[in-house]
Design a binder for this molecule. Structure first.
Ligand code: PMP
Length: 316
């Protein structure tokens, strides 16, 4: 789909995956005017295809587009385009329980712009790929390191929207962490450097007793759809779920820690390293609360449980 600045997107068409043509002076290449989304589609035992809250991704894209001075497809157009793309690629969806189809919608300033300004034309496209587990450990615990020098986002910046530059900003810390054997990096707030923000591509939760806490959304962390869903699932299972400022101290003294995101789903954290000191959680793998929340969410997402929340969308 294409559209000029100030106009509305009209519905697009399916085309074979391949390279696209862009001017060297395209807005996305020069000034990073790009936003993306990430969703998954699952095959069910009865031959259907399930998606999880796709309208939430459409809404997040629209909000992000506003921040990035871009037009965006309507939520209805977004969901329709995602469904059509998934159905056209049904043969690539792994069998039930063997993975999912990852869906990547991408909105960009494709028009040519030399001086710093929003691009005059925009392109919205969607591509897909079958995926297995994001972290090679699967549901076994991951090991994080707290980044104390570099920040993912600053107040007033673009940390709260899914713009491409946020991901370029984490590559250095993430690569260094991976080279040292960590699974990923946990970021702190850029002012006081004592409150948790999020991981490179997922949100973080801290469990203490019956209370599950996660950093509040305040513009520097991405409002994750899995995060929002886990808060509701936690409530429905009788936990107290809090969105607030969470300190490093609380993290280091937690009973369990886990991360959430479309790609990672819900992954337990086995250890956190902070200024060279390593704190481990639980001696025997996955914590009970983490396991309970993981089962509740994934059973719902894969259609193994009745969807009382009305979150899953059937494509057939
Ligand atoms: N934070 C960041 C920085 C992310 O890239 C993602 C993945 N979209 C998330 C959190 C989790 O968001 P969601 O649950 O919507 O996938």
């Amino acid at each position: 789909m294409k559209c000029a600045q100030g106009e509305k997107f009209s519905d697009g068409k399916l085309q074979r995956f391949g390279n696209i043509e862009l001017s060297p002076s395209a807005g996305i290449l020069n000034y990073g005017q790009g936003l993306f989304e990430g969703l998954k589609a699952y095959k069910t035992e009865d031959g259907n295809i399930l998606m999880f809250r796709p309208e939430e991704n459409g809404e997040r894209l629209s909000l992000g587009a506003e921040r990035m001075c871009m037009p965006s497809p309507s939520v209805e157009q977004f969901v329709k385009a995602v469904k059509e793309t998934v159905l056209a690629n049904e043969r690539w969806i792994p069998p039930p329980g063997k993975g999912s189809l990852y869906i990547r919608p991408l909105l960009m300033g494709s028009g040519s712009v030399l001086g710093l300004a929003p691009a005059p034309e925009y392109t919205f496209l969607i591509y897909v790929s079958p995926v297995g587990n994001y972290y090679k450990e699967g549901l076994s615990p991951i090991n994080l390191i707290i980044e104390t020098e570099m920040h993912r986002a600053t107040p007033g910046g673009t940390g709260g929207v899914k713009t491409i530059g946020n991901y370029a900003a984490v590559l250095k810390a993430q690569s260094a962490a991976k080279a040292k054997g960590y699974s990923d990096v946990l970021y702190l707030d850029s002012i006081e450097k004592k409150y948790l923000e999020e991981v490179s591509s997922c949100n973080v939760f801290v469990v203490k007793g019956n209370v599950i806490s996660t950093p509040a959304i305040k513009g520097t962390i991405l409002p994750g759809i899995t995060r929002k869903s886990i808060i509701d699932v936690a409530h429905s299972l009788g936990f107290q779920a809090e969105e607030r400022r969470v300190t490093v101290d609380e993290l280091l003294n937690a009973d369990e820690v886990f991360v959430t995101g479309t790609a990672v789903v819900l992954s337990p954290v086995g250890s956190i390293t902070y200024f060279g000191k390593r704190v481990s959680y639980g001696s025997s793998g996955v914590g009970v609360v983490t396991q309970q929340l993981y089962s509740a969410l994934t059973r719902l997402q894969m259609g193994l449980e009745e969807d009382n929340m009305n979150w899953t969308v059937k494509l057939k």
